[in-house]
Write a protein that binds this ligand. Sequence first.
Ligand SMILES: *Cc1c(COP(=O)(O)O)cnc(C)c1O
Length: 853
Amino acid sequence: MKAIRRFTVRTVLPDVLAPLEQLATNLRWSWHLPTRRLFEDLSPQLWESSKHDPIGLLGEIEPARLHELAADQDFVARVAELGRDLHTYLTEPRWYQQTVTEAAPSAIGYFSPEFGIAAALPQYSGGLGILAGDHLKSASDLGVPIIGVGLFYRSGYFAQSISPDGWQQESYPVLDPDGLPLSVLRHPDGSAAQVALALPGDRALYARIWQVAVGRIRLLLLDTDIPENEDALRSVTDRLYGGGGEHRLLQELLLGIGGVRAIKLLTELTDADAPELYHTNEGHAGFLGLERISDLIGDGLSFDEALQVVRAGTVFTTHTPVPAGIDRFDSSLVRQYFSTDLLPGVSVDDVLQLGAENFEGGTDDTFNMAVMGLRLGQRANGVSQLHGEVSRGMFGALWPGFDADDVPITSVTNGVHAPTWTDPALVALARDRLGTSDTTTADWASEAVSDADLWSVRNSMRQQLVTDARARVSAAWGEQNPGIRDPAWFSQLLDPNVLTIGFARRVPTYKRLTLMLHDPERLRSLLLSPEHPVQIVIAGKSHPADDEGKRLIQKLVEFSQEPEIRKRMVFLPNYDIAMAQLLYPGTDVWLNNPLRPLEACGTSGMKAALNGSLNLSILDGWWAEFYDEENGWAIPSADSAGDSAERDKLEANSMYDLIEHQIAPRFYDRGDDGVPTRWVESIRHTLSTLSFELSADRMVREYVQRLYVPSAAAHRTISAERFAPARALAAWKSRVTAAWPQVSVTHVESGGVDAVPQVGDELHVRAHVNLAGLTPADVSVEVVYGRARENDRLENPHSVELVPSPSVGDHLAQFAGTVTLSRAGSFGYNVRVVPRHPLLASSAELGLIAVAS
Ligand SMILES: *Cc1c(COP(=O)(O)O)cnc(C)c1O
């Protein structure tokens, strides 16, 4: 049977309600409570049935109801007031306008394969997309001028249901763009703007450009499902992470190259500023750099010169230490796609070099998007301190000769958008007692909020989750057993007074969905403890192609279906933003048990903490940075365990022990008023110390100050005088790279220290360096020193630059300087030579180093 064709007819609003149009289409409603309330009051029933989607609601509402409201002066005044509030929000100077001055980039292109903004726009699969959505929302709140770029997937990710025997079923509901908060970017004559990409065989891929208003941020989503495309190409943007190899490559070519072209159209057709820099959220969008190189080649630069300009203006964020999370393509496939008119002026061999794994043990056969990201971005970061460290180790081969600490990948710890993720009940408490709706800066330590207040809000959030879980289980039953009444025990599913543990995530192996089942008897006794019962709410999607992940879900579902267990443990199908917004606040303890250090950050625990849930987690990702013994519990990692089974066993047992001996007793230790004072102390501590730190506002400010502003400044400098500095830098790099194999430290002399060195002594160092034709100004010669450790390692090394002294011969130069011995204990040092240029962001940038032997 052929699918029916459908579209949504938009309602005509009475004039006095006209502001509802913009209030519904600008996604700021998704995090602005008063606007949400307004839509709810329009029709509480449609608000529920539309799953909190203003456009869906306006599409269904009866004209009679609208006319009734149009006659209600209070309601009309509310609509007008919220319309004005939105206008102010969109136009007033905010943090960025107030604090970021001259060097402020006028616009930033932010590219991501997925964006999780609201349940009503399902264009995300998990953490990466939700982070991107939160990034846009905080950028909007802070006034940071970002243009977002992504793809519009006709079927989003997938909707999950669970068969009676526990097997994940996927369905792909087709989205109707007319029913979503999207508008087409158009030319003045009304025709839709389009980007086109040349493909092999004289074919072309076309895409139209949807615009989404996310507060002050414009998000562009490219869509290939248009008649201009041949049939096979219409489905390029059918699903998120749907296909393999070629399908994925086409999506990424469109995202990167098409995305930059879409921004160009946007700046031609609207008053939008052109970006001064680009931020690529994970490697998938990396081809954006190639499109910009192609443009610069069109302006008369060589590939190498253009590369310098693009690097200066690119920030690359890597998101995973798990190899399967990194896109890799056959080089031959990439070659095929770039041996066309796709990128005028760019040779296919230059493209292939950028993604080649031609370092330690790698080959040219594989094209690696993360490696390309690092080569195209002068600034790069991981997403927690630990992940930064892991990334420096993982990608260190790109900077051979440097210690991991020197690898130029920094970290900006993720954050989550507090207005999206904080439960309205907690916001109301802050407003009523602390005089602010901003929960991230509210003074939670204040006595104005009593323990009983906090506990009562926590109880209400738990109750809300229990109600929601019952409704979801009942709805799923109804779908699978039409016409058959719910089993009676559904009304006792979960208990609003029992210690509630939440666990929800995608299901890759490293997240260890089933670790809690390691010892089923132990888990059973925790759940069924007469004195200190525990209940667990679980959710998560497995990638459709991952049968192993589906088996893990099945194991959990089977266990949770046992008659004595089923009231205390439930798997909720179809984890998404809407569920998550009730799940995090409703759980007392948020559990995370990844294999350290494979969780780059993990943001769900942050969202839980913003609601006063306490974390129980392996010390991985953000938790390794923020656990302080009072805000939750750390499951010790059994890193030194013999094998993975042993490790699972040790870590699972630690987790059971913590729940049994520490968590449950504290939760159930109540005063006469029923309040668990000690527990509430931890909640209060969590809210007062973590709320701002874990917020996306903190994260976006860090990106602006540490990466965007320096990147924009570097891009301006290198582009000045019609790119003269870029040309000079490219020439310098090629000269230095050619000479480098001959550069060496031939001899090191030292003096000034007695046979028994003492603190305060000065060590004079003189190094003889063969510069191989380079000048002393081309290099930095440094003494690197610190506490000497085994294996020739220096702990916490410092460096002092040596100054050139008059030359002694043709190629030989001398450099000298002094190190003060400031600490007792073992001391070690060495001399190294690295390239030096004012336009380098790090002396490791070229991956060139010469060390005294
Ligand atoms: C926050 C969130 C995630 C990511 O959580 P992790 O802890 O990073 O696994 C995934 N899905 C949804 C719906 C979320 O809200």
